[in-house]
Ligand binder design. Structure first.
Ligand SMILES: [Zn+2]
Length: 313
């Protein structure tokens, strides 16, 4: 890590000369076209009897003729309570979409010309939109293999100001072979905890693939079949019995933790999980297409913080 804060992926595949990243009116038009491809509808009542209001003070404002309420493209989305201009929102979303290892709030703040605190809230709101863009419903199904594994993340004391060793967090991931990924923060790896995650998120007709941790042995019987891989004996990828997919997922996640985020607090770790899930789930899309999916995912979601919330990783 010779170049502190330098993130090679972030500089790639972003056409920063695109006017939507500089011109507020063009940014608004871009987000409106993404949100309402078939014409503007009122987020309060669903009516399409809406009209754009005139004048500089009401730029981007619509009036609904049915419910008589006003709205903008931010209304009812993760952007609603944010004061960051929308061209900066678009640039931040594009950067998050393009950065394989994530982007720290400090770096984001410098790139956008906003304070650390503003960048921190903005990044978490974008993660919330990423969560909205992730696929829902059970993973796997008949003939589909889902790999499940857990890993420890964070907890290095040397990066922390007060030198108190941080507790490592357990992240559990479920990854379909050649398919979708879903990760979680779990409190422990008891059979009960693992079961809660597995039966909620994996179709029982799936083939489950895990390591040989005893917590999984009884649980495996609840699925169509259960394969186990031993991490310790170097039993690699002979045939179908491997967990390479989930190991690759964790490898990227850990590079993000080590290189970018360092510490993820318990209150926010689920949003970092959503961030890494989203990039894995949209790995076949271009960075711009991924950014568009994130924008759509932010509609209908609102993230509100209490004023007392701590600004920390
Ligand atoms: Zn309305």
């Amino acid at each position: 890590m010779g170049h502190k804060g330098f993130n090679r992926e972030a500089a790639m595949n972003i056409n920063i000369t695109n006017p939507i990243f500089h011109d507020e009116a063009k940014a608004i038009a871009h987000i409106e076209a993404t949100r309402w491809p078939n014409g503007v509808t009122c987020p309060h009542c669903g009516s399409d009897a809406v009209r754009k209001m005139g004048g500089k003070t009401q730029a981007g404002m619509f009036l609904c003729n049915d419910c008589r309420d006003k709205f903008t493209v931010r209304t009812g989305s993760v952007m609603e309570r944010s004061h960051v201009p929308l061209h900066k929102w678009l640039l931040a979303t594009q950067i998050m979409a393009a950065s394989k290892k994530g982007m720290s709030a400090a770096q984001m703040g410098r790139m956008l010309g906003v304070t650390y605190k503003t960048a921190w809230f903005l990044c978490h709101r974008i993660r919330e939109a990423m969560e909205g863009a992730n696929p829902t419903g059970p993973l796997g199904g008949e003939g589909v293999t889902v790999e499940a594994d857990e890993t420890f993340v964070g907890g290095k004391a040397k990066n922390r100001a007060h030198r108190k060793p941080a507790k490592k967090k357990i992240v559990m991931a479920l990854v379909e072979r050649d398919g979708r990924a879903r990760s979680f923060h779990v409190a422990n790896v008891n059979a009960n905890t693992l079961r809660g995650v597995l039966v909620t998120h994996i179709d029982r007709a799936s083939t489950l693939m895990t390591d040989n941790w005893k917590g999984y042995s009884l649980l495996g019987r609840e699925f169509a079949s259960h394969g186990t891989v031993s991490h310790t004996t170097g039993e690699y990828a002979k045939s179908e019995k491997h967990s390479n997919t989930v190991e690759n997922f964790f490898s990227i996640f850990k590079r993000g933790v080590i290189g970018t985020y360092h510490h993820m607090s318990e209150a926010h770790i689920h949003r970092y999980c959503a961030e890494f899930d989203l990039r894995a789930n949209t790995r076949d899309l271009s960075d711009s297409e991924r950014a568009t999916e994130i924008l759509k995912g932010g509609i209908g979601r609102r993230l509100t913080y209490r004023r007392t919330d701590k600004i920390a990783a």
